[in-house]
Design a protein around this ligand. Structure first.
Ligand code: NI
Length: 172
């Protein structure tokens, strides 16, 4: 696979992605690639910045890599309504060590986006779907789930990153 998933602390992951202006064949190729990479990595969601494309594109398939039957594409997604609060643990393909932590999110969200034909649509989501949408839209705004955890947890995590980079450097 030519495109790899970028990992924290890659600087690209903290960039704000640009809106998609036009549905082009390149965009369709990008979406197809994103879906493939997401399935290969056994994820349920992926945002374009995670593979180094700075555009507001998200793919989600909650049926998982085994079934692959519910692919949803969100171009320029926006949260237009958010209600309630729910704390659950999350991980991310761009966060090393398979690290997971509790993240506070809205319980339900309404998201407005465009599909691959350029048609605008809205979805109301709850549970894992709502959490996944919020997580992926965060990626488009240069945010990772570890930006939501406590300072203590974050500094422990960053310590682990530093240590593993040091070990890698020593090995080189
Ligand atoms: Ni993620």
């Amino acid at each position: 696979m030519a495109r790899q998933i970028l990992k924290y602390p890659h600087p690209f992951l903290c960039e704000k992605a640009y809106p998609v202006e036009e549905i082009t064949p390149d965009l369709k190729d990008l979406v197809a690639k994103m879906a493939e990479i997401m399935y290969d990595s056994e994820g349920v969601g992926l945002a374009a910045p995670q593979i180094g494309q700075c555009s507001r594109v998200v793919v989600i398939d909650l049926s998982g890599p085994e079934k692959r039957e519910a692919l949803q594409v969100f171009i320029n997604p926006e949260i237009v309504r958010a209600d309630g609060v729910e704390v659950k643990d999350e991980g991310c393909l761009s966060v090393p060590f398979g690290y997971r932590a509790d993240v506070k999110r809205a319980q339900t969200v309404t998201v407005r986006a465009q599909d691959l034909e350029g048609n605008e649509f809205e979805v109301e989501a709850e549970g894992l779907f709502a959490r996944c949408l919020q997580h992926e839209i965060d990626h488009l705004n240069g945010k990772l789930f570890i930006d939501h955890i406590s300072r203590l947890k974050r500094s422990l995590f960053d310590g682990r990153i530093k240590k593993s980079r040091r070990l890698k450097k020593d090995a080189d």
